[in-house]
Design a protein around this ligand. Structure first.
Ligand SMILES: [Zn+2]
Length: 418
C-alpha cells in the first residue's frame, strides 16, 4: 500500500517542473496585479512579472526572513501588502512576532499528504494535541486529517490526564502533536496504572514542531508499538515536507517550491549540500515568495522506494541564525531584546538545554542594579517574557554584576539531538 494522496506524487520530475513553473508564473502575474508589496519588490529590481517563469528565476528575488516579514507586516498591518486585499479569507492565524497569516482556503491539501503517507485514513480516530489557540497548528493539522478521512479529537494542550482519558474512552488510534508531549501522555498513563501498549489502540503518530530524537522514536516504535512519522513545515508557508514509510528523508509537498540556498548569498547550493530552506507556497491569496525558514537542510535526489517522485529533504540540521525553537515555539533574539526594553539596563542571556525529552529554558540575568532583584521583579520579568516570547521560563538565575555584557550572545542552545 503506497498511500498516495493524488497522482501528482508520482508524476515524472519533468512533469512536476512544468506544473510548478506554470503555477509559479501564474502566481507572480496575479501577485503583480493584486499585491502592492510584490509589485514594489519586482519594480525595485526592474523586473516584469514575465521575468519569473521558472524555479531558476526565483533567485532574482530577495529572500524574506521571518524577522523581515514581521517588519513588513508591522509597517502595514495586517499583511504588509503581500495579500490580495479583495480575497475572501476564512481565518487569520497569529504567530509570535506577531506575524499575521491568512489561511489559504480548503482547496489546499495542507498536511493531508503527510497524513496519507503515514497511513492515516477512514478508520482512524486521531488525538490532535497541537494548540488551537491563535496559531495555525491545531486547525490546519485538523483539516489535513479530515481530508484523508480521519476523525479528529481536538484535544489541544489539555492536561495529560485528560488526554489519557480520551485515548481510552474514544478508542483513539492515532496521535498528532509533538513527540515530547506524547511521551508525557504515555508517562501519565503509566502513573494511572495503564499499560499503554496493551490497554490502548494508538498505532501511529505524526509529529511536527520539534525534532524527533532517534532514541525516542525507537522507544515509541518498539516499546509502545506506535509507528512514527515526521512532518515539517513553517507557520508562514504551511506544510513543506513529510516522511513516507521508507523513513529516509522527507518528501517535498507538491504545493511548495523549495530552494536550498547559501544563507550568506541567497544562491542555490548543489544537491546534497547543506543550506537554508527557502520556501515559496504556490497560491493565489498570499504572495510571499522565497520565505527563508532559517532551517538548515539538504536535498536528496535519489528515487525513494515508496514510488513518490518528488525530491526529499534530509531532515533539519539546525538553524541558520541564532534564533531557536523551544518546545516547538520559536524564540528570536529580537523578542528577547523586546523583553529587556521594559527593564532598561538589564543584560540577559537565555540558555536552552534539554533533560530527558523536554526543553529547559533558563534566563541568566546580570543583576547590576539592586532594583533588578527580588521576587516582585522576577515575577514581572517572567510575565513579560512569556507575553513576548510565548514560552514559559523554567528558571531565572541572577549572576554576579558584570558577568554579562552587551556583546554577550543572547541565546545559547546547549541541546544535542542524538
Ligand atoms: Zn518515499
Amino acid at each position: 500500500m503506497n498511500n498516495y494522496l493524488d497522482d501528482l506524487e508520482t508524476i515524472t520530475r519533468d512533469q512536476r517542473d512544468a506544473y510548478q513553473n506554470k503555477r509559479l508564473s501564474e502566481m507572480v502575474r496575479l501577485g503583480f496585479e493584486r499585491s502592492p508589496k510584490l509589485r514594489s519588490i519586482l519594480q525595485d529590481r526592474s523586473l516584469k512579472p514575465t521575468d519569473i517563469q521558472t524555479v531558476h528565476d526565483l533567485v532574482k528575488l530577495p529572500i524574506i526572513s521571518r524577522e523581515q516579514l514581521v517588519d513588513i507586516e508591522a509597517k502595514e498591518p495586517p499583511y504588509g501588502g503581500l495579500a490580495d486585499p479583495n480575497a475572501f479569507i476564512e481565518r487569520i492565524f497569529i504567530s509570535p512576532g506577531p506575524v499575521y497569516e491568512p489561511h489559504l482556503g480548503s482547496d489546499d491539501p495542507l498536511w493531508a499528504r503527510a497524513y496519507k503517507a503515514a497511513g492515516f485514513g477512514k478508520t482512524d480516530i486521531v488525538l490532535n494535541a497541537f494548540s488551537y489557540h491563535m496559531v495555525a497548528a491545531g486547525l490546519t493539522f485538523h483539516g489535513g486529517l479530515n481530508k484523508v478521512g480521519a476523525t479528529v479529537v481536538p484535544s489541544g494542550s489539555s492536561a495529560t490526564q485528560q488526554q489519557v482519558q480520551l485515548i481510552k474512552d474514544l478508542n483513539i488510534t492515532g496521535y498528532t502533536g509533538t513527540p515530547s508531549f506524547l511521551m508525557a501522555i504515555i508517562t501519565k498513563a503509566s502513573e494511572m496504572g495503564y499499560d499503554f501498549a496493551r490497554d490502548f489502540k494508538v498505532k501511529r503518530a505524526s509529529f511536527a514542531a520539534e525534532p524527533l530524537q532517534p532514541s525516542l522514536r525507537q522507544r515509541f516504535e518498539t516499546e509502545y508499538g506506535i509507528d512514527t512519522f515526521q512532518m515539517y513545515g513553517a507557520t508562514e508557508v504551511g506544510d513543506v515536507a513529510y516522511e513516507c514509510s521508507a523513513k529516509k528523508g522527507w518528501h517535498l509537498c507538491e504545493e511548495v517550491i523549495v530552494e536550498i540556498v547559501d544563507p550568506a548569498t541567497g544562491e542555490p547550493v548543489k544537491p546534497g549540500e547543506l543550506g537554508e530552506v527557502v520556501v515559496t507556497r504556490l497560491n493565489h491569496i498570499f504572495f510571499l515568495l522565497r520565505f527563508g525558514t532559517g532551517d538548515l537542510s539538504s536535498i536528496i535526489e535519489e528515487p525513494c522506494p515508496c514510488g513518490r517522485t518528488c525530491l526529499r529533504l534530509s531532515g533539519i540540521a539546525g538553524r541558520v541564525g541564532d534564533a531557536v525553537k523551544v518546545r516547538g515555539m520559536f524564540i528570536a533574539p529580537s523578542q528577547v531584546k523586546r523583553v529587556c526594553e521594559a527593564f532598561p539596563g538589564l543584560v540577559i542571556q537565555l540558555v536552552i538545554s534539554r533533560s530527558g525529552h523536554r526543553d529547559n529554558l533558563t534566563a541568566k540575568l546580570d543583576a547590576q542594579a539592586a532594583h533588578f532583584l527580588g521576587n516582585e521583579f522576577q515575577a514581572r520579568f517572567e510575565k513579560n517574557f512569556q507575553e513576548i516570547c510565548t514560552v514559559k521560563l523554567d528558571r531565572v538565575e541572577f549572576l554576579k554584576p558584570g558577568s554579562l555584557s552587551a556583546e554577550t550572545k543572547l541565546l545559547v542552545d546547549e541541546r544535542t539531538w542524538k
